[in-house]
Design a protein around this ligand. Structure first.
Ligand code: PLP
Length: 428
């Protein structure tokens, strides 16, 4: 007998907190029961009841090639045949590190972790160890994983639940985290003038992707770079989401601003659990075993995960890959903008090559406050209208959307047809 998503969710809630292993999956931001997925291929996934969806979440970013890409699957199978993991160094870790350093200018050395959270946690510890300072600056609505010092005014699932700061974080930990408005360089300047030489690091999502998708204002990233130079602190770009997506070299190559440390996740694991932190050798050498900053992981550099990630990265180097992805995203976003205008529904469509953020708002969305003023109820209605028609957007108004290389013209046209119908309903 076919299991239904509803039955599975009932069962899940008995044995998993909230029925899910990561909060945003519970659909609290849009209401209703989450859909349980069964399998996926290309631009599509199918739920346990056999319904097909065009997917714009892509496992929250990793599936840039589309789901279950045959060459990634083959690389994983080949590695599985050799063993699932050894807890000892392997050649494929060297291949991966060389690949990442060759793709991202300024990266000389890279350490693998098993998640983006760990990568960022390591970067923060490294920045503190390197500078000998404690305070860090982060931005409102930026999400850097769920480690203690960063779960303060965070975006993503935390924001969806209306709990941007978590319980359970000691005051002593969070008091060293200074939170400023994203895209407000003068606020950063003022803070740096006061505390500059106590600041270990400024960490930023170079394109904010955890409060929808909000690009940096011209000069914002450049200004952060200059301030970090002036006060000799470490600039961290959290490219867990943007890395390898916006360009092979990530947001830093797109905007031409070089951070000191970069964190990765998502695409670097090709769908398996991987994160990484990288930077110039002089900073990276502070990590154990060479340096005093401790960091480790039983499964770090796991060969099966490396195989998926490395094959994914190799396929991204095909000439014109990112340009094509950006073109498809542009078709989708421009098509939606036209349909929203025709329906008389005010929408703001932010697109940064292959990421997008759609807001029901009549003002440009360039800040956290503007994100908060957008109509999240209307987003929930839009989400459910599309879901019913077989299009799966992020189940929260505060997440970015992703197009993959498998999203062809047919998928985009079908999405826009569905969107047109839903917008007509919203107008009524
Ligand atoms: N940093 C950014 C920018 C992210 O988007 C995320 C996850 O969405 C993380 C860090 C945390 O990564 P993970 O969920 O792999 O721990």
């Amino acid at each position: 007998m076919t299991q239904t998503s509803h039955d599975l969710f009932q069962a899940a809630q008995q044995c998993i907190p909230g029925g899910v292993n990561s909060p945003v999956r519970a659909f609290r931001g849009v209401g209703g029961d989450p859909v349980f997925m069964d399998h996926a291929e290309g631009a599509y996934f199918w739920d346990v009841e056999g319904k097909r969806y065009i997917d714009y979440v892509g496992s929250w970013g990793p599936m840039i090639l589309g789901h279950n890409h045959p060459e990634v699957r083959a690389a994983v199978h080949a590695q599985v045949d050799k063993g699932l993991g050894f807890g000892a160094p392997t050649a494929i870790e060297v291949d991966m590190a060389e690949m990442v350093c060759s793709l991202v200018p300024g990266l000389e050395s890279v350490r693998m972790t098993s998640s983006g959270t760990e990568a960022v946690m390591t970067a923060i510890r490294l920045a503190r160890g390197y500078t000998g300072r404690d305070k860090i600056i982060k931005f409102e609505g930026n999400y850097h994983g769920h480690s203690d010092s960063l779960l303060v005014k965070a975006g993503s699932g935390a924001l969806t639940l209306g709990q941007p700061s978590s319980a359970g974080i000691p005051r002593e930990v969070s008091q060293d985290t200074l939170v400023l408005p994203y895209n407000d360089l003068s606020a950063v300047e003022a803070m740096m003038h006061q505390y500059g030489f106590d600041i270990a690091t400024i960490i930023v999502e170079p394109v904010a992707g955890n409060m929808g998708c909000v690009p940096p204002e011209p000069g914002f990233l450049e200004g952060l770079r200059a301030l970090c130079d002036q006060y000799e602190c470490v600039l961290i770009f959290d490219e867990v989401m943007t890395g390898f997506r916006l360009a092979l070299g990530g947001a830093q190559s797109l905007y031409g601003v070089r951070p000191d440390l970069t964190t990765f996740g998502k695409i670097i694991g090709g769908g398996l659990p991987v994160g990484a932190v990288g930077g110039p050798r002089d900073i990276m050498e502070y990590l154990a075993p060479n340096g005093p900053v401790y960091q480790a992981g039983t499964l770090s550099g796991n060969p099966v995960a490396m195989a998926a990630g490395l094959q994914t990265l190799r396929l991204l180097t095909a000439p014109g890959f990112h340009e094509q992805l950006a073109r498809q995203t542009q078709k989708l976003c421009a098509g939606l903008a036209e349909r929203a205008e025709a329906a008389g529904i005010p929408m703001q469509i932010n697109q940064v090559p292959a990421m997008f953020g759609w807001f029901f708002s009549d003002e440009p969305v360039r800040s956290f406050d503007a994100v908060m003023r957008a109509d999240s109820q209307r987003y929930a209605q839009f989400f459910h209208g599309l879901l019913a028609r077989g299009v799966y957007l992020a189940p929260s108004a505060y997440e970015a959307g992703f197009v993959s290389a498998a999203h062809g013209d047919a998928e985009i046209a079908a999405t826009l047809d569905a969107a047109e119908q839903v917008l007509a309903e919203l107008k009524e």
